[in-house]
Design a protein. Structure first.
Length: 151
């Protein structure tokens, strides 16, 4: 059954970041459409970002390509090069192993809705240039930049 009934896809709110980093993406809500459709090679999330919320901490992946398609609302894309608006019908791409930290922030008064599409690589590592955080995909844990795990 290729058609996905979005109303039947569970919503995940917040992030898996350890404190205190989780609060910034705490209002983010995602529905894993790729999982609902049985996809294995790449993921697709329908994401809702209310006013004031962040998509994530600013980050970049070693093994995972990312693509964003804004469906409604307006977001601010923040990268190493600065800030630029992303509006409905606009897109952004983040190639793997390109050390340009990025994230989205909703500074508008309306909830923004977007698709995030990414490859699924079990050994991906994620770097967070602004904070003391690192993701080790092979181990499935967040660590400090020195490699010590969060409690």
């Amino acid at each position: 059954m290729p058609k996905i009934d979005v109303s039947q896809v569970p919503e995940r709110k917040g992030s898996g970041y350890p404190p205190p980093f989780a609060a910034f993406a705490g209002a983010r809500a995602k529905q894993a459409l790729g999982d609902a459709g049985g996809l294995a090679d790449f993921g697709v999330n329908l994401t809702r970002l209310p006013p004031g919320a962040w998509s994530s901490q600013r980050h970049w992946h070693t093994e995972e390509d990312e693509f964003v398609c804004v469906l409604s609302g307006e977001l601010v894309l923040i990268t190493d090069d600065g800030e630029q608006p992303l509006r409905a019908g606009e897109f952004a791409a983040f190639p793997k192993n390109c050390p340009d930290g990025h994230h989205l922030v909703n500074r508008s008064a309306q909830t923004a809705v977007y698709l995030e599409i990414g490859s699924r690589h079990a050994h991906d590592r994620c770097h967070y240039p602004d904070i003391d955080l690192h993701w080790d995909g092979a181990a499935g844990i967040y660590t400090h930049k020195d490699g010590s795990p969060y409690a």
